[in-house]
Ligand binder design. Structure first.
Ligand code: NAD
Length: 404
């Protein structure tokens, strides 16, 4: 009997978790996993690489460590298009792949919302390479300061104070002494600023926790401003409007980092699949509404949360659960059984503010901050490493220095 062909596009949290479940539970399957990189990366930790807190290898591990030979064939290549009707996937430099079932888990990219100059003059932080590029750019500016004495070289402007912007400024604030040494200045000379259009920060947290975050960052010399809507980015300058006074303000900075939000992979648009910001509204079983053999999960999917009446956010924790549900639903379908609906019960949400500080809310609503929240974040990170990479990767790349 011919084996069932399952294609998995993307080896992020969602794709790898689905692969692990299928490899251990599905019978008579032939899996093809495709990713443009040879490694899986922990997308929740890009800010640490951009800030220079850890090297890229701390947040990556080889995909081959997870692939079971004989069941799964891994192709390192770029997916360009999905043809759902023909049941094929176009891959750069390879013959098109055919499938019986497909899991689309191609992840996110930085979104500029068409703001003038953002692509040209601001640095995205949406994969390992771009995160490394942010750090290299800033270090080059600091080194240049020694001779040029250009004060803008010491300034970093982070555009967007969502999770990514706040975690990044927290990590950078912790490294001010290291940056200052490179430029030959004092830590107080390093200017870190994060601006956001919204009137209040981190709406998923109670306002007292968001206030705590801003105060803790201010104590470390990092400024966060709300109600500053960015209209334009010029070479070395971010132009924003004070949303209350309508005043136009210019923020000069040698390093401008773009963290105003994300969209799903462009492969969705390139494949003519209906979506909003490349996120496809999938069924409760995570299927494409037009093709029940195609599962769309992770940051390219939007699934309604019946309780809030809004789609679930795009987080690593949710992507992991989606990976599990999609794999189990494929196995159920192969056995002629009904699949399960996707449900997510949050165990907690944490936003780090450096290595030993954070804010968080547990699943039961308990608020946490400081060391406790930071330790919780590391436990969540270790759990996701264990779920995708197993014990080996968790021990090699996990965070066990809970209080340092
Ligand atoms: P986001 O959408 O959460 O935040 C973007 C921020 O940029 C918003 O606060 C928005 O008001 C602001 N913004 C947008 N346009 C702007 C403009 N023109 N001028 C000024 N400000 C502007 O995006 P993100 O932080 O990149 O996060 C992406 C996703 O990843 C989210 O779903 C987030 O929950 C998730 N994430 C989670 C964690 C975590 O759980 N610790 C960490 C990182 C990211």
């Amino acid at each position: 009997m011919a084996k069932t062909k399952i294609g998995i596009l993307g080896a992020g949290y969602a794709g790898l978790l689905a692969l692990k479940v299928l490899q251990s539970k599905a019978k008579d399957v032939e899996i093809t996993l495709i990713d443009r990189n040879s490694y899986h990366n922990e997308a929740t930790d890009y800010h640490e690489v951009a800030a220079g807190s850890v090297n890229a290898d701390k947040i990556t591990y080889p995909i081959s460590d997870v692939v079971k030979p004989g069941i799964t064939n891994f192709i390192q290549a770029t997916v360009t298009k999905i043809d759902k009707a023909a049941k094929t996937v176009e891959i750069e430099g390879h013959e098109p792949m055919t499938f019986d079932y497909l899991i689309v888990a191609l992840g996110f990219r930085s979104e500029t919302f068409g703001i003038n100059g953002a692509t040209e003059f601001a640095l995205p932080m949406d994969d390992v390479e771009s995160s490394e590029a942010v750090y290299k750019h800033f270090i080059a500016k600091l080194e240049d300061y020694r001779t040029s004495k250009n004060p803008d070289n010491l300034k970093v402007l982070i555009a967007g104070a969502g999770f990514t912007g706040m975690e990044l400024i927290g990590a950078m604030a912790e490294n001010k002494a290291k940056y200052a040494k490179i430029a030959g200045v004092t830590p107080d000379d390093i200017e870190l600023t994060c601006i956001d259009a919204a009137p209040s920060l981190l709406p998923m947290f109670p306002s007292d926790l968001a206030d705590y975050a801003v105060k803790r960052l201010a104590k470390r010399g990092a400024k966060v401003y709300t109600s500053r809507g960015i209209n334009e980015v010029k070479d070395g300058v971010v132009v924003a409007q004070n949303m209350e006074t309508k005043e136009i303000i210019e923020f000069p900075a040698g390093t401008i980092i773009w963290t105003t939000g994300v969209s799903g992979s462009d492969v969705i648009a390139n494949s003519g699949i209906e979506a909003r910001r490349n996120r496809v509204m999938v069924t409760s079983q995570l299927k494409d509404p037009e093709n029940d053999k195609v599962y769309i999960i992770g940051d390219v999917a939007a699934v309604m949360d019946a309780e809030s009446g809004r789609p679930y956010p795009t987080t690593a924790q949710i992507a992991l659960v989606m990976g599990h549900v999609a794999a189990m639903n494929i196995i159920a379908d192969m056995n002629g059984q009904e699949g399960e609906d996707f449900k997510y019960v949050s165990q907690g949400t944490v936003c780090s503010l450096g290595n030993t500080d954070a804010i968080g809310v547990l699943g039961n609503g308990t608020k946490v901050k400081g060391y406790v929240a930071s330790a919780l974040k590391k436990i969540i990170m270790n759990k996701s490493l264990w779920e995708t990479g197993g014990v080996k990767e968790m021990l090699a790349k996990g965070r066990f220095d809970l209080y340092h």
